[in-house]
Design a protein around this ligand. Structure first.
Ligand SMILES: [Zn+2]
Ligand SMILES: [Zn+2]
Length: 362
């Protein structure tokens, strides 16, 4: 017997989906639309496991639609293009990140900021223009309008490059927009996870001095020796915080758990900006007085537009930036999710879809 998901579109697809708030993923037959004039279809080879996948699979944000196929760090090889497609051709390596659609007519869309379009369509668990639910990259095939396709440079590894499509652009865009990524600037990076570790690499490549701010002193060697940060502050150590007070032009805060931001505001120079990139499930306390005394700002930022995403991946390829990854099989995904929930990964899981998904077909 077939289900609605298998019949709503003409192209058969297979992936892994969460069915309820347990978040547990299992094999799932569904379908994807035919290749339209501006569409690019590709065989998925790798897909990163983003923290958002975990939150969405468990409906932590209350907006998930089941069955839910996660994955928005999707890389693969083009198998078919619509007749109006100019960007890529069959055989090219491409990627899709967090979004697959937008209104195409608002101020955001007209200024290469589709990510701030009020009608932006997420890569999974979102309603597409045709009224059907979108499915992500934990699947064998993907189709997207060419506007939302990223060309993968020749020398960018497909597996380690995949996480850049979400984690990479999430840190690159604010580094550029807030002017942090400039020689002479001193930038703090809070949290050394999937986002934080690439933030250090991009900020260094852009010429900034980088300090990693972390609750755990055990990450110091890793931050300095391996990732190339210039210094390290343990955020629970009052002496270290005092020593670094008023020294930073900007801070990228990648932590998605509820945490105090006063110590971070104190690290900023006057006119400095604290940019929030994580999404804590409860509001944070905002200490106003220290903002006034120094004209400081607390801001937010969400991924980046498609033009900037292409710029980011080209920049990364030029500067040998990629994520540090652990490649896993499709079968391992539930275990990987459990480990991710505990922070037990350095620094991103990437699923080897191309070599391991087909074997899980029932
Ligand atoms: Zn993500
Ligand atoms: Zn728009």
């Amino acid at each position: 017997m077939t289900t609605g998901h298998e019949e709503e579109h003409p192209v058969k697809a297979f992936g892994w989906a969460a069915r309820d708030t347990s978040g547990i993923l299992s094999p799932f037959n569904f379908s994807r639309r035919a290749t339209e004039d501006e569409d690019v279809r590709f065989k998925v080879l790798y897909c990163g496991i983003c923290h958002s996948d975990l939150h969405s699979a468990k409906n932590d944000w209350g907006i998930s639609m089941y069955p839910l196929v996660p994955g928005h760090e999707i890389v693969g090889e083009v198998t078919e293009v619509g007749r109006k497609v100019k960007k890529v051709k069959v055989g090219d390596k491409v990627g899709v990140g967090c979004m697959v659609g937008s209104c195409d007519s608002c101020q955001g869309c007209n200024n290469d900021l589709e990510n701030y379009c009020p009608q932006m369509i997420f890569t999974y668990s979102s309603i597409y223009h045709d009224g059907t639910v979108t499915y992500g990259g934990y699947s064998d095939t993907m189709v997207a309008n060419e506007r939302f396709i990223v060309r993968f440079p020749e020398n960018m590894p497909l597996d380690a490059g995949a996480p850049l499509l979400c984690a990479g652009i999430t840190v690159y865009s604010p580094l550029k927009y807030f002017g942090f990524g400039e020689p002479g600037k001193h930038i703090g990076v809070v949290g050394l996870g999937g986002l934080g570790h690439v933030a250090v690499k991009f900020a260094k490549a852009l010429g900034a001095k980088v300090t990693v701010i972390s609750t755990s002193a055990s990450k110091k060697d890793e931050a300095l020796e391996h990732l190339g940060a210039d210094s390290f502050v343990v955020s629970r150590d009052p002496e270290q915080l005092q020593a670094a007070k008023s020294t930073m032009d900007g801070i990228l805060d990648t932590v998605s758990a509820v945490h105090p931001i006063l110590p971070l505001i104190d690290l900023l120079k006057p006119h400095g900006t604290l940019v929030m990139l994580g999404a804590p499930e409860r509001p944070l306390e905002l200490p106003v007085f220290p903002l006034l005394m120094g004209r400081k700002m607390v801001a937010g930022s969400c991924i980046g537009g498609m033009k900037e995403t292409q710029e980011m991946i080209d920049f990364a390829a030029k500067h040998d930036i990629a994520a540090d990854i652990e490649v896993v099989s499709m079968e391992y995904v539930n275990e990987a999710m459990e480990r991710l929930a505990k922070g037990d990964v350095r620094y991103r899981f990437v699923i080897d879809i191309g070599n391991t998904l087909a074997a899980t077909k029932p």
